[in-house]
Design a binder for this molecule. Structure first.
Ligand code: NAD
Ligand code: IPM
Ligand code: MN
Length: 353
């Protein structure tokens, strides 16, 4: 029997609550299938760990993670530890050092989920965002000069390499071609006269290899307006790290909320483990109350199954989530229900069989 070795980093706030349910669902899937299984190892890294040990993970943490087939991550960040430390030293470090340069984020309105936009139907919101995930605005390049003096200056560089842009744009073209969908690039060449002009140039260059893919290019400001006014324009979307971060929270809002939005951080070459996570944060406002929605994490678990070639199970999980939304069955408060996080996760396992 094939056994996948999974490192679980529950992290902070609601992270551990929602991760328990994602693991529960994966265990149920392996029981039902019988031909593959999971071996989970949990690492207690995060803000509490930092407060005790002065670091977000041990010095050999990346070496440890390298041995796994995949990583499941809950959420990182909590009041008491500066966000730029907690996130850069754990989540962003893993994405960068494991070259998880594709951040695949579905923005899909399931039947029964609440869309805040009047008149929008589930078939109108069915996008797949490909967010560049290794460089760009998140490269961490810059300087802080003359701190705390009247001359104080900060510089935050965007780093856009040819290799970095080409590979993520090519991934998006390949996906659009395979799925026979349109591809939209979102950038901002009218103001960012180096980085985004370069991005647009590479989008056009790589596009020459894919004459069969119908493409669109939008400026990010107009794109955010169209996401709300006319979401069906978008099918496969490719964009930079920061724009992708912002637009996928907007995407989450139009597709039922943060409790339903998942993302896969992929190293397509499989040299390093890929990482699967809900896109929401640690939600300190509801942490410890047992009311977080675990469906985003369970959706991320379905992406993990897709990644290992078990797309049938991946789809079954999404169909189950949709069935629960349609029937208003055992949903958490953010979806208008009264169920706890645990009850919601357990209901998914019951419905799976
Ligand atoms: P957040 O996503 O944690 O919360 C935003 C709002 O959405 C809150 O009202 C929260 O209650 C709600 N929400 C989020 N997930 C939910 C769920 N599963 N069920 C029900 N409601 C949910 O964003 P924030 O408040 O801006 O950030 C809190 C912390 O998390 C910060 O430290 C931030 O840096 C960090 N963060 C981490 C990640 C990550 O680990 N991937 C992502 C985003 C933010
Ligand atoms: C996300 C998060 C992270 C990001 C933060 C926590 C660094 O917002 O995964 O969307 O900006 O990528
Ligand atoms: Mn985000």
């Amino acid at each position: 029997m094939e056994k996948y070795k999974i490192a679980v980093i529950p992290g902070d706030g609601i992270g551990p609550e929602v991760m328990t349910e994602a693991v529960r669902v994966l265990n149920r899937v392996s029981e039902l299938d019988g031909s593959f299984g999971f071996e989970f190892t949990t690492y207690p890294w995060g803000c509490e760990y930092y407060l005790k040990n002065g670091e977000m993970m041990p010095a050999d943490g990346m070496e440890t993670l390298k041995q796994y087939d995949a990583i499941l991550l809950g959420a990182v960040g909590y009041p008491g530890v500066p966000d730029h430390i907690s996130l850069r030293d754990l989540l962003l470090r893993i994405r960068h050092d494991f070259d998880e340069y594709v951040n695949l984020r579905p923005v899909k309105l399931l039947k029964g989920a609440q869309c805040p936009i009047k008149g929008v139907k589930p078939e109108d919101v069915d996008m797949i965002y490909i967010r560049e995930n290794s460089e760009g605005e998140y490269a961490g390049s810059g300087a802080w000069l003359y701190p705390d003096s009247p001359q104080e200056v900060v510089i935050q560089n965007g780093v856009f390499s040819r290799k970095g842009c080409e590979r993520v744009i090519r991934y998006a073209y390949e996906l659009a071609k395979k799925e026979n969908k349109t591809l939209t690039s979102i950038s901002k060449g009218n103001a960012l006269n180096y980085s985004m002009v370069f991005w647009d140039k590479i989008f056009a260059e790589v596009g020459k290899e894919y004459p069969e893919v119908k493409t669109y290019s939008y400026l990010v400001d107009a794109a955010s307006m169209f996401m709300v006014k006319d979401p069906k324009r978008f099918q496969v979307v490719v964009t930079s790290n920061l724009f992708g971060d912002i637009l996928t929270d907007l995407g989450a809002a139009i597709a039922g909320g943060m409790g339903l939005a998942a993302g896969a951080n992929l190293n397509p070459e499989r040299t390093f483990p890929s990482m699967f996570e809900p896109i929401h944060g640690s939600a300190p406002d509801i942490a410890g109350k047992g009311i977080a929605n675990p469906l985003a994490s369970i959706w991320a678990a379905s992406q993990l199954l897709d990644f290992f070639g078990h797309e049938d199970w991946g789809k079954k999980i999404i169909d189950t989530i949709e069935e629960m939304l349609v029937n208003q069955d055992t949903l958490t408060r953010d979806q208008g229900g009264t169920a706890s996080c645990e009850e919601c996760g357990k209901r998914v396992t019951e419905l799976l069989g």
